[in-house]
Design a protein around this ligand. Structure first.
Ligand code: ATP
Ligand code: MG
Length: 754
């Protein structure tokens, strides 16, 4: 049939063709990663339009991200040429819902030019609503309420539809009333939040049968990608819209459901056949994306999850390397090796665009950014800000800047009321006027102003406290190490308390980022040197590079593919995340495992997993243990290496054989098994982290350079600090009195005995 096939059918396998050509009736395409689900869905869309089954405006096609929508539009354009003059209903749920709501806004009391609030606006409004109800923001942060409301909206619940007990834990059960009031206020403001877009349209569908049937008739065909990550509200939407014609095709993979924390329910897949009796279920089993080893590794890993629908995946490829698992010494080394690998691949003719680094949490990007800037490797952070551009980081940096240079007015302005110190517009105006009149920096003006009665007593008190804080921190510039001072400032400024009070998912990330910031400082001599580095980094405009390596979270990588994928930070507490470990249940761990599956299956040619033996957490060196996911990978598909002496056997052993994991090191280095020893200690006692099992190398560490015998009193050389004498040894950390640089704590692997 190949000769007569239209272009959009060419090359498709039999079940894919089936998925394209079965246009009438409900279809569920259930298949593993890389089997061409998205491709089949795109071809189906092309087929429907080319054969005039429907006009472009009569198809509802839902993608998970705007990027995916653009891609689908682009592919359609390539297939159909001018025929696709825009498709109004191709996009994300939110984009499509917003478009519809403009038309029907009146039905929910809005005008068609309603505003869509961003999260900041939303919080401001929630705070007002709380204040009005006399609920203390300190005790019940608005962020918490925002989270609850979001959850309800994802679930399709309006205030009058909440269940008994909903929100009981918040503000003595007042959350439902606050939710109702918030919705009222939104209408008064002619505004809605993100969750409302879907919920309002759902309400309209439910309460206005005429509108519903208009859309039911209009949408001759409905297509949904990444169906496993739809939430209840989206699911109800689809069910209503498809009820009339029932021409709905959903594609999904239960193993790639990774958004349950945002209300997604994988159960929607299971319900499909019930809601649409007679649905045709199509399974795609041939994977076109990855090599056999990549598939084998991913398959073995996801096999550890329970309650899966179960799918077969095969490929007719024969070549390809095993998935590499590399144990490295620490984070900087991880970044260095990824950078080296990228440059090597580039020399071999690969484009940087085919390379991606996938992280579990945003804070992990920092080490890579610093390294790539140092070696001039263009990179792009997708779906997030570059590390030093994130709000909380800029806030903390502003504190450091004011401490280091009191005349930095911009920085002063940024933080004078952050966290909130009750300094309103009046106080700020007085401050600015004084600074202008006396021609002094804002911080000097502040010191002067508190001696006067210009401000209200409350404002004066809090400004005085702030001025005193700054003075104290400045005094500590000499007495504390710059990392310690940074931690003191972050803590004492109230930033930590502010984020802790928010108890939201993002707040956790922000705290992690702040910790990462202090970690980054270790590589610099002083606060001043560090700030200088940061301004250089921030100035580093890589916006218009044509080729760059992508850094993104595993979540953002869903649906995408790259030739070479670097999966970094596979350590307990990083991935699986500490949050998942703390929750303790199997459900969160299984979701992390699905995330790992998504990560590995992004790779077309090669996947490399890294785990570091040491991470600096809260400024302390902590030995980390490899992620359990590493040991769950089927050995046949994996090649284990380590940059450390001792070789792969060290890590194999560390993965739970019960032997002394460091015994091999001694053997490999010819020093006998007692040379290095591992002890397992209990709770790490780190603030804010649950029990972390630490495999801690004791007595002697496994240094990259293969350490020489250091003892107290040894004279050593360090490439940055020069010559010095060891004054004490604690595990792998040495206190050294350097002849020029003074007392420093360094890692033994960075010194040589002379
Ligand atoms: P994911 O679960 O990760 O979203 P998917 O099932 O949507 O994956 P696609 O992204 O559609 O998979 O396809 C994966 C890769 O395989 C793409 O590069 C695609 O072009 C290619 N591909 C899909 N079907 C075929 C086919 N029949 N012949 C050759 N290549 C194909
Ligand atoms: Mg896809």
């Amino acid at each position: 049939p190949a000769l007569t096939d239209p272009p959009y059918l060419q090359g498709l396998n039999a079940p894919q063709r089936d998925a394209v050509l079965t246009t009438e009736g409900p279809v569920l395409i259930l298949a593993g990663a890389g089997t061409g689900k998205t491709r089949a869905l795109t071809s189906r869309l092309a087929h429907i339009i080319v054969t005039r089954l429907a006009w472009p405006s009569e198809v509802l096609a839902v993608t998970f991200t705007n990027k995916a929508a653009r891609e689908m539009r682009h592919r359609m354009g390539a297939m159909l040429g001018d025929m696709v003059e825009g498709m109004p209903f191709l996009g994300t749920f939110h984009a499509i819902a917003a478009r519809m709501l403009r038309k029907h806004a009146g039905l929910v009391g809005l005008q068609s030019n309603f505003n869509i609030l961003d999260t900041d606006d939303q919080l401001r409004l929630l705070k007002q609503v709380q204040a009005e109800a006399g609920i203390e923001e300190k005790r019940w942060p608005a962020k918490g309420l925002a989270g609850l409301i979001d959850k309800w909206k994802n679930r399709g619940s309006r205030p009058d539809q909440l269940l008994p007990g909903d929100g009981r834990d918040y503000a003595d059960g007042k959350a439902p009333a606050l939710y109702a009031r918030y919705q009222e206020r939104l209408v008064q403001l002619n505004a809605c939040d993100f969750g409302d877009l879907l919920l309002h349209m759902l309400t309209i569908f439910q309460q206005h049968p005429d509108v519903l049937s208009e859309y039911q008739r209009r949408f001759k065909y409905i297509l949904v990608d990444e169906y496993q990550d739809t939430n209840v509200s989206q699911y109800l939407w689809l069910r209503l819209l498809a009820q009339e014609r029932k021409n709905i095709a959903c594609v999904g993979d239960d193993d790639q459901s990774i958004y349950s924390w945002r209300g997604a329910e994988v159960a929607n897949i299971l319900r499909f056949e019930k809601d649409f009796p007679g649905a045709k279920v199509i399974r795609l089993e041939q994977n076109y994306r990855s090599t056999p080893h990549i598939l084998g590794a991913a398959g073995g890993l996801i096999g550890k999850n329970s309650g899966r629908l179960g799918k077969t995946l095969w490929t007719d490829r024969t070549h390809g390397d095993q998935v590499k698992v590399t144990g490295v010494w620490d984070g900087p080394e991880e970044a260095r090796l990824v950078g080296d690998a990228a440059e090597r691949l580039q020399r071999q003719g690969a484009s940087l665009n085919d390379l991606a680094i996938l992280v579990r949490a945003q804070f992990q990007t920092r080490e890579f950014e610093d390294r790539f800037i140092a070696i001039g490797l263009p990179y792009k952070i997708v779906g997030g800000f570059r590390f030093y551009e994130r709000a909380e980081i800029r806030d903390a940096l502003a504190y450091f800047r004011v401490v280091v240079s009191p005349s930095d007015g911009l920085a002063f302005e940024r933080i004078v009321n952050l966290p909130k110190r009750g300094l309103g517009d009046k106080a700020m105006a007085a401050l600015h006027t004084l600074a202008r009149v006396r021609d002094v920096p804002l911080s000097t003006a502040a010191a002067m102003l508190i001696e006067t009665d210009e401000l209200t007593p409350a404002a004066r008190r809090s400004l005085a406290t702030f001025v005193a804080d700054l003075a104290r921190w400045r005094g500590q510039l000499e007495s504390l190490s710059h990392q310690d001072l940074a931690r003191v400032i972050i803590e004492e400024s109230g930033m930590v308390a502010m984020y802790q009070a928010q108890r939201s998912v993002e707040a956790d990330g922000r705290l992690e980022n702040l910790t990462e910031l202090t970690r980054a400082m270790d590589e610099y001599e002083s606060m001043q040197a560090f700030l200088e580095h940061v301004s250089l980094v921030m100035d580093n405009d890589q916006g218009d590079e044509a080729e760059y390596i992508t850094i993104m979270t595993l979540h953002a990588a869903k649906g995408l593919e790259f030739d070479h994928v670097f999966l970094v930070g596979w350590e307990e507490g990083v991935f699986p995340s500490q949050r998942a470990l703390d929750e303790g249940g199997n459900a969160s761990l299984e979701e992390e495992r699905r995330l790992a599956y998504v990560g590995i299956t992004r790779a077309k040619k090669a996947a490399t997993i890294f785990h570091a033996a040491n991470r600096r957490i809260y400024g302390q060196w902590t030995s980390s243990i490899p992620s359990r996911f590493v040991s769950e990978l089927p050995p046949d598909h994996v090649e284990v290496t380590t940059t450390m002496s001792g070789g792969p056997s060290l890590w194999r052993a560390a993965l739970g054989s019960g032997q002394d994991p460091f015994a091999d090191v001694g053997r490999a280095t010819g020093r006998g098994p007692g040379w290095a020893r591992a002890t397992t200690v209990g709770t790490s006692g780190l603030p804010g982290r649950g029990p972390v099992l630490e495999a801690r190398a004791s007595a002697v560490s496994v240094g990259m350079k293969g350490r020489s015998d250091v003892s107290v009193g040894s004279r050593v050389f360090h490439s940055k600090f020069g010559y010095g004498a060891v004054t004490s040894i604690e595990g792998n950390k040495l206190e050294i009195e350097f002849e020029k640089a003074g007392a420093k704590r360094v890692l033994d692997s960075f010194v040589e005995v002379v």
